[in-house]
Design a protein around this ligand. Structure first.
Ligand SMILES: [Zn+2]
Length: 165
């Protein structure tokens, strides 16, 4: 199994100097470390040996976990691993492939809401990606707007905006 921290740090509660440095300069987050610990705890139980866990995004009521191995390995049989993660983190959990194209990733994150359109527009500040959502769907978004905006910016660039219409 691969996680953002080294094998030793995934299994112990302290971080080595290498992983501490990564945390300090923002290459990894506390949330990455938390998820790495959980996954290493589940490694035998859910046969996660082949799993490659890349990043975990804390989105308030929801967490998005990016993996570069097969998504089904981390979701688990019948969704067991994802459910266990969800229970321990106290959040809805979405597992998404790290190499999914940004549009597919976005659609996955917004579920059950489907954007009415995603368009690139050109403004004075340059290219902007507009994600359009029907106003009536706002209440069905999986988590709060601030968190969604944060993940949009981190995955698709600062020039992404959500538009409700
Ligand atoms: Zn380490």
């Amino acid at each position: 199994m691969q996680t953002p921290v080294c094998e030793l740090c995934a299994t112990t509660n302290s971080l080595c100097s290498g992983c501490r440095a990564k945390l300090a300069d923002g290459r990894i987050t506390e949330f990455d470390v938390q998820v790495a610990h959980l996954l290493s705890k589940y490694k035998e139980k859910f046969a996660l040996q082949k799993v490659q866990f890349d990043r975990a995004l804390d989105l308030g009521r929801m967490a998005v976990i990016l993996t570069s191995s097969d998504v089904s390995h981390l979701v688990g049989k019948g969704g067991k691993t994802a459910q266990a993660l969800s229970k321990e983190l106290g959040k809805r959990v979405r597992i998404v492939h790290a190499n999914a194209d940004p549009r597919a990733l976005l659609e996955e994150i917004l579920l059950p809401v489907k954007p009415t359109g995603v368009n690139t527009v050109f403004t004075q500040k340059g290219k902007q990606l507009k994600v359009r959502i029907a106003r009536k769907d706002v209440v069905h978004l999986p988590t709060d707007l601030d968190s969604i905006n944060r993940v949009l910016h981190s995955l698709m660039g600062e020039n992404t905006v959500l538009v409700f219409e």
